[in-house]
Design a protein around this ligand. Structure first.
Ligand SMILES: NC(=O)c1ccc[n+]([C@@H]2O[C@H](COP(=O)([O-])OP(=O)(O)OC[C@H]3O[C@@H](n4cnc5c(N)ncnc54)[C@H](OP(=O)(O)O)[C@@H]3O)[C@@H](O)[C@H]2O)c1
Length: 307
């Protein structure tokens, strides 16, 4: 049986306020990373209940994704643009993506604080809870959580396991050759639907009761890449083959789009997955949203057109 990861209430960074707007008004919520795997769903789910402002680098991407809400163009390196984007914010969803740039979290939090925002919800990585995880990405996420705790805002941390949407990187070879290629094909991971992570984020951004909480967010079952290939094959109703990559082949692929230290961190994370360290299932999605976590088969059916 898999060890459950319970939501953790961190002993540091006591909440200073709950996320609420002015009485009678929908809260103003700023969503950073609004074009990302989780942020796009946060934007969509928040639209009916909040006045949203979506921070994007490229407004055309927000338009392609048909994201609802006001758009503010800002790069995380551009402090004045971030300050304009945060004007009037009650709460902020924080997504950063570059482990080589810890200043991105600092810039977002500084802009949120100076705009008078009261609550921030940061997307993080569940591996940070593993004391054996000492790769660049784990260290950067731990630092991001520390910055959040020290920000003076009330906070919630969402530690996500691998999002199911990572399987979209297999779509080109599935379409062209009927093949999934990955490193560590038998390593099981409790991958999570990014829409479930977004649903938890929306609760944490709009409801009381989540300040000072750190949530472990996984899907309902641990699956290997080989298991996911079988599920995809069933859903697509055509045979698919799984091909194991060597560590050198996987590194070559990561190096083509990422700096060397990030590629090495991904290799180290794959090694830990191989040792079973990403297989534990948490029940936090259901506890926070009241809805069970989405199985991979459901995610695959709803994204079948990509494959
Ligand atoms: N991906 C995973 O496997 C995984 C697993 C567990 C946890 N996490 C954690 O989830 C968090 C997000 O990571 P991710 O790589 O998965 O994110 P992602 O879905 O790729 O989203 C990143 C978002 O940030 C935006 N962004 C990146 N750099 C920016 C900049 N300089 N200025 C403005 N916007 C910028 C991107 O905008 P553009 O559309 O313009 O690029 C995108 O909207 C990280 O803390 C990561 O450790 C990821």
């Amino acid at each position: 049986m898999d060890r459950a990861v319970e939501p953790v209430a961190e002993p540091v960074g006591e909440p200073v306020a709950e996320p609420v707007g002015e009485p009678g008004e929908r809260p103003r919520i700023v969503v950073t990373g609004a074009t990302g795997a989780v942020g796009r769903h946060v934007a969509r789910l928040l639209a009916p209940v909040a006045r949203t402002r979506l921070v994007v680098r490229d407004p055309a991407r927000a338009a392609d994704l048909r994201l609802p809400g006001e758009v503010a163009v800002a790069d995380y390196r551009d402090a004045p643009a971030l300050e304009r984007a945060m004007a009037g914010a009650d709460a902020v969803f924080v997504v950063t993506a570059d482990p080589m740039r810890p200043a991105d979290d600092e810039n977002i939090l500084a802009a949120a604080r100076s705009a008078g925002a009261r609550h921030a919800v940061r997307l993080s990585w569940l591996a940070v809870a593993d004391p054996g995880a000492d790769d660049l990405i784990a260290r950067w996420n731990r630092n991001g959580e520390r910055l959040l705790h020290a920000s003076g805002l009330s906070w919630t941390v969402l530690r996500m396991r691998t999002p199911m949407s990572n399987a979209l990187s297999w779509a080109p070879s599935v379409r062209a050759e009927g093949v999934v290629r990955a490193l560590g094909g038998t390593a099981r991971t409790a991958c999570v639907d990014p829409r479930d992570v977004a649903a938890v984020a929306v609760r944490a951004l709009t409801e009381p009761g989540h300040a000072g909480r750190t949530y472990a967010l996984t899907g309902p079952e641990p699956l290997s890449a080989r298991d996911q290939t079988r599920v995809l094959s069933r859903v697509l109703n055509r045979p698919l083959r799984f091909e194991e990559l060597t560590a050198e082949q996987a590194l070559r692929r990561w190096r083509a789009r990422l700096p060397e230290p990030v590629a090495q961190a991904l290799l180290e994370a794959a090694r830990r997955r191989g040792a079973g360290e990403a297989a534990a299932v948490a029940h936090t999605v259901a506890e926070v949203t009241g809805e069970p976590a989405t199985p991979f088969e459901t995610w695959a059916k709803e994204h079948a057109e990509h494959f």
